[in-house]
Design a protein around this ligand. Structure first.
Ligand code: ASP
Length: 309
């Protein structure tokens, strides 16, 4: 593995290797002094053209815990505002001797484009509606932990319902590839106007009714309406969307009793998820965030660590 651009192109074996490594790194997170010398002398640059709280911060924490330098390019204050192209920006960062680039961009394919221009590893931190592989990995490890599958990293027999704005979500795609590689059944459930036209090329079944989508589901992954990528007129109104597709105590009754609730964040409480479900006893939303640090440590180690030398 030279880059991490998407879960579509990595095998079940590689996914398992990363997840096992993440469970090892999780131990460091529970120590009183959270520091390991593993990546001393290396530098990771984060270049985010879109907003982020969890992903950027957890990459930074992951790098720092492993003793790497973490440098953030604030795109709004950078030469991007003077018209510098993506190619020139990433080549400039390479010339500054970075060892790894973590990039988020509004265009699907931007991370792959950057990888083609660079000799250093590139990690996709979300490209348009295409993929968000580290979110996919942290979702996988969170489900494995909850169902006691960390030893096997095998999710056979489980049904994962991914609900909401599928068509604009990169998380939905990474999760579809990741969960199905580990043996789970994946369902997409959402309004027809928010369902991608290429679902047949993905390892999922599609439900255009919430009840059918949730029936028998072990895990419900709730997606935000990605309004930053949506054209107008796809939904009658937020209220109707929430009534028909929102995950609430009422709709939870259709899933398996005790079904896990996940959300990649940021949440819009009262729109795609009710506050009582988000904060309820089946929600693992904040465990996902913690696992994000461990997963990103594993990815940085895999791409920049001693194994590469
Ligand atoms: N944080 C995730 C992403 O960047 C999900 C979201 O924004 O709704 O794709």
């Amino acid at each position: 593995m030279r880059n991490l651009l998407g879960l579509e192109e990595i095998s079940a074996e590689e996914i398992r290797r990363l997840l096992l490594s993440a469970t090892g790194f999780k131990e460091i997170l529970s120590r009183p002094v959270r520091k390991a010398p593993t990546l001393r002398g290396r530098s990771m640059v984060t270049l985010f053209y879109e907003a982020s709280t969890r992903t950027r911060t957890s990459f930074e924490m992951a790098a720092k815990i492993l003793s790497a330098e973490a440098i953030n390019v604030a795109v709004a204050q950078s030469s991007v505002t003077k018209g510098e192209s993506l190619q020139d920006t990433v080549r400039t960062l390479q010339a500054l001797q970075m060892d790894c680039l973590v990039i988020r961009h509004q265009y699907s394919g931007a991370a792959e484009y950057a990888a083609k221009k660079l000799d250093v590893p590139v990690i996709n931190a979300g490209d348009g509606r295409h993929e968000h592989p580290t979110q996919g990995l942290l979702d996988l490890i969170s489900v494995c932990e909850h169902f006691g599958r960390v030893q096997s990293m095998d999710l056979s027999g489980l049904t994962i319902a991914i609900v909401g704005d599928i068509s604009h979500s990169r998380v939905a795609r990474s999760d579809a590839w990741g969960f199905s590689r580990l043996g789970a059944q994946v369902r997409f459930a959402g309004p027809k106007t928010l369902m991608p036209s290429n679902c047949r090329s993905l390892p999922v079944t599609v439900c255009s009714d919430l009840k059918a989508g949730l029936e028998g589901a072990d895990v419900i992954n709730v997606l935000r309406l990605q309004t930053e990528r949506q054209e107008k007129g796809l939904l009658p109104s937020l209220r109707e969307y929430s009534r028909q597709w929102g995950i609430s105590a009422r709709s939870m009754q259709w899933a398996k009793p005790g079904a896990l609730v996940m959300h990649p964040g940021p949440m819009n409480r009262g729109v795609e998820i009710s506050a009582d479900v988000a904060d309820g006893c089946h929600s693992i939303i904040f465990d996902q965030v913690t696992n994000g640090v461990a997963v990103r440590m594993a990815v940085l180690y895999q791409l920049m660590g001693v194994e590469r030398e």
